[in-house]
Design a protein around this ligand. Structure first.
Ligand code: AMP
Ligand code: MG
Length: 358
């Protein structure tokens, strides 16, 4: 049975429900909780059995490492080997917040299952009062991937977590909707080839944008081309090689001039209907009326990428609920430097990189 606790979004670590949930984590259980990105599924990062239970509940491949969540910078001491100047500046600027920093792991401190055998560990301090309170109540570093079945869209509210994991985990802390709606940005600080200059490499775009990083670290080079590893190649971030965020129906992104995109999607819809498919369209609100499909999901306005980020995963889940088999998405009309980069990345992964250019 999965326990369920409903708390206010600003509940403190003295809240009796959070004490109970924290105790469950401290005793080796698994608890889902809200963060300012998406809901996470947490376990004591030092406890291999607990961490294995997280992988099992999600059906997550064992070589995809988990992000470790802390509530206090002092918790870093036991977890990482060293933090250089650039990493400290990132923490000063963005913690608590949606930025995961990959750091050299202190040997033996965490369960080897957390890091999937890598010599590094991704750490972040979430900016959600309930997440921070729960980590404090647990009294340990909390390993937490998104609280969805592996491959599905990440959960942005407690109902999504229930859909995927009810009966498979110890408890769910419901603290209302998550914030950003997309996962954290993952970065690693790299030493320059000459051993001198460092640079920041973005491994996964997310809530902290490249523009934010540039603003806070002027003069530090930032590599932000998100490479999709080629077949058989080892990615820098193991999670990059897996299908992600995907609805059950076949999702295709259509990209091009607004008229041609509308044209192509309308023709594809007619054909799919003739073939007896249940159809869906994902578009910005201003263009949703252009289409006639079984489910039309407008995840936000054309001038509000943050709104689209908050609603994307819930929109993808709506197609599943309605049994939609074929979905067409307009490419998002957002510039690629802000949260638009993360949105394009998630949509492309959700579509298995199926993109039609018209
Ligand atoms: P999720 O927990 O589902 O948000 O996924 C975590 C992401 O962070 C995955 O893409 C992981 O591959 C990535 N990640 C976690 N730890 C590391 C690490 N030590 N090095 C590189 N990437 C990591
Ligand atoms: Mg995930």
């Amino acid at each position: 049975m999965t326990l369920y606790w409903k708390v206010e979004p600003d509940a403190s670590h003295a809240h009796p429900f959070l004490l109970e949930a924290g105790k469950m984590i401290a005793e080796g259980g698994t608890v889902a909780f809200p963060t300012e990105t998406v809901y996470g599924l947490g376990a004591d990062a030092r406890n291999t059995e607990a961490v294995e239970a997280v992988f099992r509940a999600k059906g997550r491949p064992a070589d995809n490492p988990l992000i470790v969540h802390i509530a206090d910078r002092r918790q870093l001491d036991g977890i990482v080997r060293e933090t250089d100047g650039a990493a400290l500046r990132l923490m000063d600027a963005f913690w608590p917040g949606p930025l995961t920093i990959v750091l050299p792991a202190a040997p033996g401190a965490l369960s080897p299952r957390v890091t999937a055998g890598l010599p590094t560990v991704g750490v972040r301090m979430p900016a959600h009062p309930v997440a921070l309170a729960l980590i404090r109540a647990a009294g340990c570093p909390v390993a937490a991937p998104s609280a969805n079945r592996s491959g599905r869209p990440s959960p942005t509210n407690a109902a999504h977590v229930r859909e995927d994991l009810d009966g498979r985990i110890g408890g769910i802390v419901d603290g209302g909707p998550a914030g950003v709606g997309l996962e954290s940005t993952v970065v690693v600080v790299e030493k320059g080839l000459t051993g001198g200059d460092t640079q920041i490499r973005v491994l996964r775009p997310g809530g902290v944008t490249v523009a934010d990083l540039r603003r806070e670290l002027p003069g530090v080079p930032i590599a932000a081309e998100i490479e999709e590893p080629a077949e058989g190649q080892t990615p820098r971030s193991p999670g990059m090689k897996y299908a992600h965020y995907a609805p059950k129906g076949r999702l295709t992104i259509v990209e091009g001039s607004p008229e041609r995109v509308a044209d192509r999607i309308r023709r594809s819809l007619s054909e799919a209907k003739r073939n007896g498919e249940r159809t869906g369209v994902l578009a910005v609100r201003e263009r949703a009326d252009l289409y006639d499909a079984d489910v039309i999901a407008a995840c936000g306005s054309a001038n509000d990428p943050e709104e689209a980020a908050r609603n994307l995963y819930a929109a993808l889940r709506r197609f599943d609920e309605a049994g939609v088999t074929c979905i067409w998405a307009e490419q998002f009309p957002f510039p690629p430097d802000g949260i638009g980069l993360a949105l394009a990345n998630r949509l492309s992964k959700a579509a298995g990189h199926r993109i039609e250019r018209v």
